[in-house]
Design a protein around this ligand. Structure first.
Ligand SMILES: Cc1ncc(COP(=O)(O)O)c(C=O)c1O
Length: 389
């Protein structure tokens, strides 16, 4: 299509070229978005209805801790899923998305400096926020082909007095890795032995295709050593609503709550009634979302398996795949730029501290679009592979 347009354009008399350029720009096919982590699905209809009702009633200041009904519901959901109870009053806090939750947690745990272990590759905000609050990071290897025991040995070898916590992100952005029950049990023993604290980002906790999202909350003895950060953005397609939450031991929560109150003063009631309705909508909504995402994932990885010089791991959760580019002369940034010229946008792995990889998201593309994108990815890879020979 692009070549045909260029040929027509070149043959036009020069007086017609400016107008033709405007028209051709408009007919250019839209960029396929395999970059964004903001899903294309809507929250459950009940959530939208409740939000509209609340808006009509008028909006006022409310408690910055989150509406009691939402905290109570969150507590029930945690108990149902992990078998552990968290007190809605003292151990759960509603936040302005997981982003604010992470920030207040880091700020409190890294008061006076200190270090945090974070996975490599990682979601870039972890590093940015930790640096922002004056902390330092130590990255630990967390690619799906690395056994978690090796990861823990690595942490053990690099452990220093000033380490304040280990950040766990499972299901993991960008690889889609989900920690198994066995590994979570090993982690629980490890943090008990080393007297360490864990901050667990579980924003993709409901987007798990194989097995269950198992965490330290499933292990009662580990409860006092972990704080969990969660969000409605991913599970319920509510990224723009800015509502998340955290839960953990009341002592730490009380310092975090103080900071959270000081910076927010109140929260948005619309988002919270919608979040409550989303939780109440429950399993059938989630089942449908997972079915759609699983189908997209399977089409994507089937297509990737057909592309030489690209090594991938099947994600067990999230809506990301993080394939490795087996190219010596082409960087991940160059690859993503070339792909964008072909009309497909993905993220370079170096953005996640994962050089020579790309992150492909299936959050916003249906299977037909994914199939089209795969042809482009294959084309770009073949072009680069030839230049390597
Ligand atoms: C691992 C991880 N944590 C936190 C967030 C932020 O979530 P929220 O929209 O709730 O701030 C994201 C968003 O992409 C994420 O991928």
């Amino acid at each position: 299509m692009k070549d045909i347009l260029r040929t027509i354009y070149n043959r036009l008399p020069s007086r017609l070229k400016p107008a033709a350029k405007t028209i051709f720009t408009k007919v250019r096919p839209p960029i396929i978005d395999l970059a964004s982590g903001d899903p294309d699905y809507q929250p459950p209809p009940q959530a939208l209805e409740k939000a509209t009702e609340t808006l009509k009633k008028g909006l006022h200041y409310i408690s910055p801790d989150g509406i009691p009904e939402l905290r109570k519901k969150i507590s029930e959901v945690i108990e149902r899923e992990h078998g552990t109870s968290y007190d809605p009053q003292n151990e759960i806090l509603v936040t302005y998305g997981a982003s604010e939750a992470l920030y207040v947690v880091f700020r409190v745990l890294l008061r006076g400096g200190g270090k945090a272990f974070i996975p490599s590759p990682h979601y870039p905000l972890f590093k940015d926020q930790i640096h922002e609050v004056g902390g330092k990071i130590i990255t630990y290897p967390f690619k799906p082909n690395i056994a978690f025991n090796e990861t823990l040995s690595y942490i053990s070898e690099h452990l220093t007095e000033d380490v304040r916590f280990i950040l766990i992100n499972s299901p993991h952005n960008p690889t889609g890795r989900v920690l198994s029950k066995k590994y979570v049990e090993t982690l629980a023993e490890f943090i008990e032995e080393k007297r360490l604290f864990v901050v667990w980002d579980e924003v993709y906790g409901k987007i798990v295709f194989e097995g269950k999202h198992y965490t330290l909350a499933d292990i009662p003895e580990a409860k006092s050593r972990a704080i969990f950060v969660n969000s409605f953005s991913k599970t319920y397609g509510m990224a723009g609503w800015r509502v998340g939450f955290l839960y953990g031991p009341s002592k730490i929560l009380s310092s975090i709550r103080k900071l959270h109150r000081a910076i927010t003063f109140s929260l948005n009631p619309i988002s919270q009634v919608a979040a409550l309705a989303a939780l109440e909508a429950g399993e059938s909504y989630l089942k449908d979302i997972l079915k759609v995402l699983r189908e997209r994932r399977d089409v994507l990885i089937r297509g990737l398996s057909d592309i030489r010089s690209m090594e991938y791991w099947k994600p067990q959760g999230t809506y990301f795949v993080f394939p490795k580019l087996n190219l010596d002369k082409v960087s991940d940034v160059e690859f993503t730029e070339a792909l964008l010229k072909e009309g497909v946008k993905v993220r370079p792995g170096s953005r996640f501290n994962g050089r020579n990889h790309i992150r492909i998201s299936f959050a916003r593309a249906d299977v037909e679009t994914i199939r089209k994108a795969l042809l482009k990815i294959k084309h770009v890879m073949e072009k680069f592979s030839k230049t390597e020979q």
